[in-house]
Design a protein around this ligand. Structure first.
Ligand code: PRP
Ligand code: HPA
Length: 175
């Protein structure tokens, strides 16, 4: 078309000094709010993984759910949530990981992934990689095979990808 392909980065808003001074926050809500941009993001992720033999899509609470669920639907896969501590009702595996201050615990149901299953892990954004590393540990504790790790946004300057060495990492937008 005359306007060319939709540029996803045009729908990310920069918010200086959020949540604290010195941090430039990449806000994805304009992209979610625009029907064409949201659809393009999901369709491009689906195109990247179609034919990859993904069996289950794992989404990371909470912004990861927004992308993981429609992607699972398009790929014809089930959806599995990684949730913050204390939210899942059945038997869980859990992993504790470091935050800037203190720690956090994430959980997954023990029957959510079968040994050898080909899993795609999805989150909205890769920063330090701490959150997605914890999700990866959960999948691997259950014997799942991590076939891919997908993000809408990667903050390359935080070097999160270095923690994901040896894995297939894909991001639609890089800063
Ligand atoms: C944000 C984001 C990623 C994570 C990235 O989630 O959605 O999950 O941080 O940071 P990291 O790579 O340094 O771990 P947040 O914890 O703010 O939770 P939310 O999705 O519930 O807003
Ligand atoms: N934007 C959104 N989420 C985030 C960011 C950011 O810049 N950094 C860590 N989580």
């Amino acid at each position: 078309s005359a306007s060319g392909p939709l540029r996803l980065e045009d729908w990310i808003r920069d918010i200086p000094d959020f949540p604290q001074k010195g941090v430039l926050f990449r806000d994805i809500t304009p992209l979610l709010q625009n029907p064409e941009a949201f659809r393009a993001a999901i369709d491009r992720l689906a195109a990247h993984y179609s034919g990859a033999g993904i069996q289950t899509v794992v989404g990371v609470e909470s912004r990861g759910f927004i992308f993981a669920a429609p992607l699972a639907y398009l790929l014809g896969c089930g959806f599995v949530p990684v949730r913050k501590f204390g939210k899942l009702p059945a038997k869980t595996v859990s992993v504790e990981y470091a935050l800037e201050y203190g720690t956090n615990i994430v959980e997954m149901h023990t029957d959510a992934i079968k040994p050898g299953e080909r899993v795609l892990i999805v989150d909205d954004l890769l920063a330090t990689g701490g959150t997605v590393s914890a999700a990866m540990e959960l999948v691997e504790k259950l014997g799942g095979h991590i076939a891919g790790i997908a993000f809408l946004v990667e903050l390359t300057y935080l070097k999160g990808r270095e923690r994901l060495k040896g894995y297939d990492v894909f991001a639609l937008i890089k800063y």
